[in-house]
Design a protein around this ligand. Structure first.
Ligand code: FAD
Ligand code: SF4
Length: 396
């Protein structure tokens, strides 16, 4: 039986998108589900309350700071695989869960993103049906990725039980159309996401920041306040955040990511990141029963420990606001010094996650206020406004 829904013609690659410059290329408009774009697009219709209610049975509790920051959840923990997957972004918890979901028969396919044959950073969304296809999607493609572009294939191939792996903007649109996909069961495994870029933007970032852009295999903004680049010869290069050439990088991040407030992927069933965990560990946020079911499947492959929190982020965030806003760059020696001091006395564990959320939400709030003033009130969700209101922002 096909799902009852309206169809419209998908847009051609490269043609203007309904969200215009704010489009994150989530992939929805590459399918006939573009019919629902006005309601479904994360950048045209902010609707966290409705979608949290639909997904978790309630919206996040704004009187509870942990929910304000990390979304609806049943539990959080730090975890790592006892036997990490080689070549995964961290220890490979995401890929392991996807494999377990498939091999236990809970799902028939997994939406995930491999890379194109010619370029390790060009995303290629697929519906994986085997362990090998899931493993071929391991490691971040640090670029906007049209994961939802495969949704038409879901319906056409008659899949009834599906796992989707994705970042916040993709999952917001997915949640808005999930009833139209003809599925009996949908699981959503999310990762946090911030500061994403187009493929061209990625090139600029690598060229302005790394000593050897062409050999970078992957990178991550780490809890030690440095960007870590891993090169193809196995060497690790680190660059302090505070030494990033913010004046040149100001326009590198995609406008969608400069106006996003879903860093922690509030609509996924389970979120796997790193920023609320000690260095080397991953950070898990179980939002609902489906998330718990996915975690239970791989529990015996994991070492876990409780999440912790130390330090006070507020002063560091307040000081970072003008630097982000004006694109100030510190000389490298000063950047290393600031990085060292902050690492010694600065926010750790969940407080580091709050530091990163606060810095990005304040920056993004200013970006939307400046560039899309008419969207500000409706686009910024109440939880983000509450977070931003802790800080003094520059006048207009
Ligand atoms: P792996 O087992 O290596 O699997 C990675 C999975 O991610 C794959 O299944 C793949 O399909 C999917 N994927 C890869 N690229 C994309 C993409 N562009 N869009 C959608 N899905 C993708 N975590 C934090 O805690 N803080 C952050 O600031 C943060 N920023 C991130 C920014 C980006 C652009 C991305 C993609 C992820 C980010 N994460 C962040 C998540 C983190 O880097 C890891 O992806 C996560 O911890 C999973 O690691 P793993 O080893 O379990 O994943
Ligand atoms: Fe379409 Fe997604 Fe772009 Fe919105 S973000 S315009 S839904 S492709």
């Amino acid at each position: 039986m096909t799902a009852a829904h309206q169809k419209a013609r998908a847009l051609k690659p490269g043609s203007p998108r309904p969200a215009k410059a704010l489009c994150s290329e989530c992939g929805l408009c590459d399918t006939y589900y573009i019919h629902y774009v006005k309601e479904a697009c994360a950048f045209l219709n902010q609707q966290f309350d409705t979608l949290e209610q639909q997904t978790h049975g309630r919206a996040r509790d704004l009187d509870n700071w942990d929910e304000c920051y990390f979304g609806v959840h049943q539990q959080m923990m730090a975890a790592r695989k006892t036997e990490p997957i080689a070549g995964a972004q961290w220890t490979g918890i995401v890929s392991s869960i996807a494999i377990a979901m498939l091999e236990s028969g809970r799902v028939e396919g997994v939406v995930c993103v491999q890379n194109s044959e010619s370029d390790r950073f060009t995303p290629k969304p697929v519906i994986a049906r085997t362990r090998e296809e899931i493993l071929a999607a391991r490691v971040n493609k640090p670029t906007l990725s049209p994961n939802l572009s495969v949704l038409e294939q879901v319906e056409q191939s008659g899949l009834k039980r599906l796992l989707v792996i994705g970042v916040g903007c993709q999952i917001q649109a997915l949640r808005a159309v999930q009833d139209k996909l003809g599925l009996e069961k949908l699981y959503v495994l999310g990762t946090p996401c911030v500061d994403n870029v187009t493929r061209a933007g990625l090139q600029k970032f690598l060229e302005t920041t790394s000593r050897s852009p062409e050999t970078v295999i992957y990178y991550e903004f780490m809890q030690d306040f440095r960007v870590h680049f891993k090169h193809s010869d196995g060497s690790i290069e680190t660059v302090p955040f505070f030494g990033l050439k913010t004046n040149q990088l100001k326009d590198v991040f995609a406008p969608s990511c400069m106006s996003c407030f879903d860093y922690v992927n509030g609509l996924a069933d389970l979120v796997v990141g790193y920023m609320g965990a000690p260095f080397g560990w991953q950070w898990l946020v179980v939002r609902n029963e489906l998330g718990q079911e996915m975690l239970d499947l791989v529990r015996d492959q994991l070492q876990t420990q409780p999440v912790t929190s130390a330090g006070d982020r507020h002063a560091a965030v307040q000081q970072s606001i003008p630097a982000y806003d004006k694109g100030v760059t510190l000389p490298m020696w000063a950047a290393k010094l600031v990085g060292l001091v902050i690492e010694r006395i600065g926010p750790k564990g969940l407080e580091y996650a709050r530091f990163s959320i606060d810095s990005h939400f304040t920056r993004n709030y200013l970006y939307v206020r400046r560039n899309y003033p008419q969207k500000l009130a409706a686009h910024v969700p109440a939880f983000a406004k509450k977070i931003v209101d802790q800080y003094q922002l520059p006048a207009q």
